[in-house]
Design a protein. Sequence first.
Length: 653
Amino acid sequence: MEQLNEKKTVEITFRCDFCLKEIKFLLTPEEYKGINEFPIIKKNTHGEPEHTLIVQINKNLEIEDFSIENTETSNSRGIPEDVLKKILTDMGLNNEEQELYFLTSDRELISLSELSIIADKPKDRCEKIANKFIKKGLYKKIISGSTYYAPLPPYAALSERLNDFYKEISDIKENLVLMRKLSSNLNDTLQELETNQDEQTHINDIKEIMVNVKNEVLEKLQTKEITPKVQIKEVPEDVGDLEEYTEELMQSQISVIKEQFKEINSKSVEIIQVQIEELRDKLDEIQSIISENLKKLRLGLLEQTIGNYIEKLLVKTVEEIRDDLDIQFSVNEMVFNDELSEFIEEFNQEFITNFKTTLSETIRQLDKIDLDFEYNEDKIIDSITNHFNDSIQKAEQKITQICSGNINSLAGVKALLTSRIENQIEDTIDEFLDIVQMQDQMNKYFWDQTKKKTPFPMRNIWFVNSMDAARAHITEILSKAKREVLLVAPKITDLNMDSLSECPTTLNIRITAFSDPSLPNHIKRLNILNELDNIKYKKRNLQNLWGVNRDSEEILVCILSKPLKEPHKEIEIAGIGTNIQENIKLFAPILEEAWKGADTQETSISHEKKPKDLIKLIKEYRKKGKLALKDGALKKSYSYYEKIASLVKQTGL
């Protein structure tokens, strides 16, 4: 220890047998000081899937032992037990059958005898359950010398659930009448906006302004007595007054138009927002139906993937519709304002400015030539009137163009909603159906692959990986014995006493196992063995072997392991059985060595002498009338004397 304290941090490298990676363990001087005993336990969690490497470091700073633990907390079946129970119930399995499936689903192979032990039921009953599992797609029967079954994942149940889910989604698609009705309501709303567009935006007021301006100007031109040239020159001044009047009138009316358009825009958004919320409610209802079905499935990654996809897609669809509407209305308002401003500018340019230019040009021409005023007056007024009429017509056309553009914008909104509500939702449901169909195809593919996989035929050799399987195989082998059997077990409690009692008396049986006479259940079994004359028993302290050799025709050898440092862990077992003579010759010496290495005294019970003092005491008390026993009742069984001794103690004699 002192040497260790003086060393620097030590790095110990060990290769993990699970992931084949080099893992480093560090021992610091501070850790040395706290060491009370060896080995030192060090842990390292790493890898994918995540697992923990546990090493034991001895005083020479060498790894003398190690173990690997799987740290994954997820359910090995991949489906929560309560959900799987619901699925199995829907498949027609009762609680007894469900429990048996749970207990065997993680095993690669299982025999009928092992099923009988696990279920604690007769073989014929277990065989009926196994056949039912085969029909339901939960078991596969293995063709072999004996009856074996391979538990399958519940692919059949999952496929059935996926088919139900597919049908429900298809029903939703067929019932899109509500969606189309909602879309129709939106169309009606937009149609109403289009119909009332002229009245609500005061387009007629603008046209009326144009007519009033035209009539007023023409009236001034026609009613004035324009005979001298000076009076004609005064016309531009009147036109200037008209310009100010027209500009003020136009600005006030346009302000009214803008306010009216804002009101329409706001009202349209409000109406459509309400109906969008109704659409969202319907989509939420669809999502709720889908989510409920997914909860029934609980396919791990599938549930999370489809659930998240549905939520994101529905939310995205509604948000896209809202965003597109906001953009559409904003663009409408911006375009409308821009076109009104452009119209005002063009009106001033086309009407007022050009009209003044025409008058100025006319006056300049009057200054140059001497004309007959009466002759030219009508001509000048006609020219001005024609030019003015052209300007007014252009203004009316511009107003009509603005109005048509606004209506076209609303038509675009209607087309947008129709596309989003009907087409997008239908496309979304089609995507759901594609996902479910794809998952069902994958599920059926893996199911087919699992059914095609054929384990080792096990006609001449088989493997054991559980305590129940070892018990089942030994019981089955024992039932076929004819001459002799050598049976090695970890403990005497691991023996099937009923099977041993049913063996013919001509069958010679040797048994070696650990026993403790201080334990009542051990004593009980020892007494049964003592009463069977064809059985020889030896006590073996080691509990690392379990096997049987039948007539040198069939043998099973299992190795047991339980870490002494971690007694809470279950015993691990690995075994091999065979009826091939070459293999029997190879494994038989292992069992024979176990028998030879057991205690030389076969049993302290089967050869124990009768307790003479106890018999004498019993006879004495019998004479006193304290115990009513007949001479023939003094049996040779040790259990009898044990019972008598217990009775004597209870009476206090």
